[in-house]
Design a binder for this molecule. Sequence first.
Ligand SMILES: Nc1ncnc2c1ncn2[C@@H]1O[C@H](COP(=O)(O)OP(=O)(O)OP(=O)(O)O)[C@@H](O)[C@H]1O
Ligand SMILES: [Mg+2]
Length: 388
Amino acid sequence: MKSDGKKHLLVVDDEPVILQILKAVFEEEPWKLTLVGAGIEAKRIIEQEHVDLLLTDKNLPDVNGMELLRIAKQKEPLTEVIILTGYGSLETALAAIELDAFDYVLKPLNNVFDIRKKVRQAFAKQDVSLENRRLIAALREKNGALEAALEETRALQAELIQSEKLAGIGTLAAGIAHEISSPLFGIMGLAEAIADEQDLPLAQSYAREIVEYCRTVRDIVVELSSYSRAATNEYLTTVELSRVVLDAIRLVERSGDTSGVNFETNLEPDLHVHARTNELQQVFVNLVKNATESVREGAPAGSGVVRVSAGRTGNHVWITVSDNGAGIEADKQKLIFDPFYTTKAPGKGTGLGLNIVYRIVTKYRGAIHVESAPGKGATFDLRFPIER
Ligand SMILES: Nc1ncnc2c1ncn2[C@@H]1O[C@H](COP(=O)(O)OP(=O)(O)OP(=O)(O)O)[C@@H](O)[C@H]1O
Ligand SMILES: [Mg+2]
């Protein structure tokens, strides 16, 4: 379509009478009308101007109508063409349709209204084609924008995965530091005691405990180096629960201020979990340490109790670690296993303890739940499947 919005109709015929008639037919229409009598002139217009519809005689003495059709379609495939032809050339007219002409009109022109109707139909068809072309272009553009957005999302995702990995390494490193700090405190306390100890056998027993703590630290480091091989079970053993629990309590007593806190245990003998000893110890050290911290904060002085019980039901071993400390509000209970969630003063807690606990417990197909209410203390319930 022309930029002024009018359709351009080019009529070509070497018979002046026909041009005369067609001029009368189209004059009143809201189209730009060009009438020419020679093929060569029509060719020039097609090549230099924009033509929406070519209505041409098939048999022109110079450039033939079929050639004009070809040129017009080549320049703009959406140009519509209607061929004027005598009765004798009906077959050629059909061939023109094959060549993508819109229609043909037979001469002599008996029904001029029919010609006008055909031209209008051709324009209507062209409008539909133009609209389709516009829609396809818009779709392509949208598609391009979508592809760009997709590409951007992919890049972002890759970035996210990378930062997740980094965060994972950070969590791991912080976790290691957290786990090493407990035995380290024990070692420090014992070393200080040895420095002042005159009683040699007692100093020797402290030294042996230091060796035990060092083993714990070494195990943690070994575990770090085997982190990527977590699926293998080379360090798995059958762990005696009561021993691990008692060790954990001892470790907590040693590494912090537990004055005024009473530790109680009620542990069925011969309970076993198939796991790494060191990891189970991490679980109970963290639970007992949290309980102790909560009791020291929330229970009246001297009345604090941290109780660890364990037993067996069906094919499960269960353990509860309970305290009568400050307790946990209901809406906070689902957060406490998240890494870095802590309510402790800055520098006092990393918020990694329970996250480590959770990861170890679930790794051994166990489960952990908390039951608590503010001022009512907290109970952590754990269960592990008994291996057959
Ligand atoms: N027995 C408990 N009683 C009350 N609140 C608890 C208890 N155990 C955990 N919490 C709450 O859960 C939070 C997270 O515990 P978690 O062991 O993961 O980290 P943390 O104890 O704060 O820090 P860290 O373990 O490094 O010392 C604690 O800050 C505390 O608010
Ligand atoms: Mg903790």
